[in-house]
Design a protein around this ligand. Structure first.
Ligand code: SF4
Length: 367
């Protein structure tokens, strides 16, 4: 078996660890580039979700590099994600690739099917061995999330543009190499040290605080979201990401008792605007925007793939939420046609509006 999987933020790190530690060969797809997107777009239906197209590009590049087994997550929700794997299987088969596609359905779909697939992918190792490897990968996920969150808080203060990114990438590499509990703990401490060593400037006023909500792939994958976090951070904004990989795993794969209370809180505050699950993170986009307003954030950026149904539902509700909770909001519907220049111009205009609003509030407070 030569296993591959799609990219989505730092997802490749824990997956590579799991499969390699279980004795499988892994072919990580090359990092997403224009070529990846072009390949995906060329071979996918025009109105398919943008993440599906990028996944196809990842798979083609990995299959060309020798992969023969694709791991893909399944889904049971009302949006199109449940069909993804089957559509991808058909596209790649029609292109003439010889491969096996293993779909890991979520536990609420088929627990036994999921366990059987895990056992098989685990080279039929004992459950305790598989569990230990999953634990190591989980620790990597949490460490990467901590470092990412730190980088978002530090970036607006950096004296030299790009300094945080350089040290954050070095910190990430330490976690990637760490494959024991002790090594991950050491690497996390070292990574924090690296990030804390960024040369910082003193600001006259606290930076603007912006929350990012939206569809998980777009929030997690910097290539797809046009590097929004780095762009905003380098414009002097403190960014808060509403979804992390660790958070998603907890909410979807852990038993209810181990989930955070935040998930329930999000649903509660969204009541009245959106009362039920609409697939993807549509409900979370609404609830999280309300929570960002309560936490005194200056604004919210909503990112969605063009044609994403759950986020289109959220997008139609968010203007009312923004008005009721007095939190400025901007939506970006992105796909293969989105260009960075126009995106940055709209972000700059949004930041001008937020700065002016904050300045006016400070003036009122001073009177
Ligand atoms: S959440 Fe949106 S982008 Fe993701 S599969 Fe569903 S419809 Fe497509």
């Amino acid at each position: 078996m030569k296993i591959t999987f799609p990219h989505m933020g730092s997802l490749a790190v824990p997956l590579k660890t799991i499969f390699e530690e279980l004795g499988q060969e892994v072919v990580v797809p090359p990092s997403i580039t224009k070529k990846t997107v072009t390949l995906g777009v060329r071979h996918s239906p025009e109105f398919a979700c943008f993440p599906l197209k990028v996944n196809i590009g990842n798979f083609i590049e990995a299959l060309e590099n020798g992969a023969d087994t694709i791991i893909m997550a399944g889904g049971v929700g009302p949006c199109r994600f449940g069909y993804y794997a089957e559509v991808q299987r058909e596209i790649l088969t029609d292109l003439g690739y010889n491969f096996e596609l293993i779909v890991l359905e979520p536990p609420q779909g088929s627990l036994w099917g999921l366990l059987a697939n895990i056992k098989r992918l685990g080279n039929h190792r004992s459950w305790s061995e598989i569990w230990e490897v999953i634990n190591i990968a989980w620790k990597q996920v949490l460490a990467l999330d901590v470092l990412h969150e730190m980088s978002l808080k530090i970036r607006p203060y950096e004296k030299k543009k790009g300094a945080t990114t350089v040290l954050y990438e070095r910190a990430q590499k330490l976690i990637v190499k760490a494959r024991t509990h002790e090594d991950i703990t050491w690497s996390l401490d070292k990574g924090k040290e690296l990030l804390n060593s960024v040369d910082k400037k003193t600001l006259d006023r606290p930076p603007l605080k912006i929350g990012i909500v939206g569809e998980i792939y777009m929030v997690l994958e910097p290539y797809a979201n046009l590097d929004i976090e780095k762009t905003l951070g380098e414009m002097g904004v403190e960014v808060d990401r509403s979804i992390y990989l660790g958070h998603w795993i907890k909410e979807h794969l852990f038993p209810k008792a181990f989930r955070s209370r935040e998930g329930e809180e999000i649903k509660k505050v969204a009541q009245g605007y959106l009362n039920h699950f609409v697939g993807g993170h549509g409900l979370e986009s609404v609830g999280r925007t309300i929570l960002y307003s309560r936490d005194n954030f200056d604004g919210v950026v909503h990112i969605l793939p063009f044609t994403c149904t759950p986020e289109i539902v959220a997008q139609s509700i968010l203007p009312e939420v923004s008005k009721d909770y007095k939190i400025p909001l901007i939506s970006f519907s992105l796909d293969e046609h989105s260009g960075k220049a126009g995106f940055v111009t709209r972000l700059e205009a949004f930041l001008d509006l937020l700065s002016q609003k904050k300045y006016n509030q400070e003036l009122k407070g001073a009177v």
